[in-house]
Design a protein around this ligand. Structure first.
Ligand code: C2E
Ligand code: CA
Ligand code: CA
Ligand code: CA
Length: 278
């Protein structure tokens, strides 16, 4: 019995060790990733459900580490946030997304919006507004062509969030609440915040055609956005049944593998072009 216990102890201790080791490696290589050009932005279309036109592209970061291979954002973004490395990464993402969108426009594509995911560290950075002003100026992108996606946890400090949101809105860009429904939604803040859009989390959307509770939740959110005069996006649309259900409840914008996986800037350009022609 004693041996058994020790084996258990060793099992847990070695797996904890592995996790700590992996974390350390990620942190170590993350610090060099910008300098080594290891980040790329991918883009996923957000589509008008009625016209099937692409209205915006969500930028999603990809990290191909020389040492670790491709590390998914769900693994390295939290580490980047805890270590503060997110500031530099976030700055790179904003600049790259704006540069890419301007490049599409300069190539003659009809203007669309590019959306950027903002971590809470960035949201509460007092220099965020200046940074965005500088990037818009340097890339020449019109502020209407940039949208920020923030999560509900980002806006926990309501007073501060309100000031930041007002400051950002003054620049003329758009703001979406990401992963809506998974955080601490408060309807009174929703009414007060100067936001443009809600993105319904994919966990509610995925099985909407089979799950009446999720269907009711999505339907309620869509109805609410209509009353609040907000736009609404359903994320994680993977099949036609889900799309049909969303259309029946009047959801305006949709995003998911049914339309496209996230793709690199060049492929995204062709997606925008092909949607212009039909
Ligand atoms: P998110 O912002 O909620 O992004 C949506 C995620 O769902 C993306 O995963 C996307 O590839 C995936 N997805 C899109 N359509 C479908 C679908 O139909 N089915 C399924 N199962 N998944 C779908 P990804 O790219 O791995 O990103 C994961 C998360 O990492 C993002 O969640 C976001 O929170 C974070 N992230 C990604 N890029 C950035 C970034 O540049 N900055 C920051 N701060 N966070 C980022
Ligand atoms: Ca997002
Ligand atoms: Ca989301
Ligand atoms: Ca998410």
């Amino acid at each position: 019995a004693k041996d058994h216990g020790r084996n258990h102890y060793e099992f847990y201790s070695s797996s904890l060790n592995e996790r700590l080791h992996r974390r350390m490696k990620i942190e170590q290589h993350l610090r060099k990733a910008i300098e080594y050009n290891e980040f790329v932005l991918y883009y996923q279309p957000i589509v008008d459900a009625a016209t099937r036109r692409i209205v915006s592209m969500e930028s999603l970061i990809r990290w191909d580490s020389q040492e670790l291979g491709r590390v998914p954002p769900v693994e390295f973004i939290p580490i980047a946030e805890e270590t503060g490395i997110i500031q530099k990464i976030g700055e790179w993402v904003l600049a790259e997304a704006c540069r890419q969108n301007k490049a599409w426009q300069s190539a003659g594509l009809s203007p669309i919006t590019v959306t950027v995911n903002l971590s809470s560290k960035q949201f509460y950075d007092p220099h965020l507004k200046e940074l965005i002003m500088r990037i818009l100026h340097e890339t020449g992108l019109a502020s209407e062509c940039l949208e920020l996606e923030i999560t509900e946890s980002t806006t926990m400090d309501v007073g501060m969030a309100m000031d930041t949101l007002r400051g950002l809105k003054e620049l003329g860009l758009k703001i979406a609440i990401d992963d809506f429904g998974t955080g601490y939604s408060s309807f009174s803040y929703l009414k007060e915040f100067p936001i443009d859009k809600l993105k319904i989390d994919q966990s509610f959307v995925k099985d909407i055609h089979l799950n009446p509770v999720n269907a009711a939740i999505v339907d309620t959110i869509v109805t609410m956005t209509r009353h609040l005069k907000l736009q609404v996006v359903a994320e994680g649309v993977e099949n036609e049944e889900v799309l049909d259900t969303l259309e029946r409840c009047g959801c305006g914008l949709v995003q998911g593998y049914l339309f496209s996986m996230p793709v690199d800037g060049e492929k995204a350009k062709h997606l925008i072009l092909s949607h212009e022609l039909d």
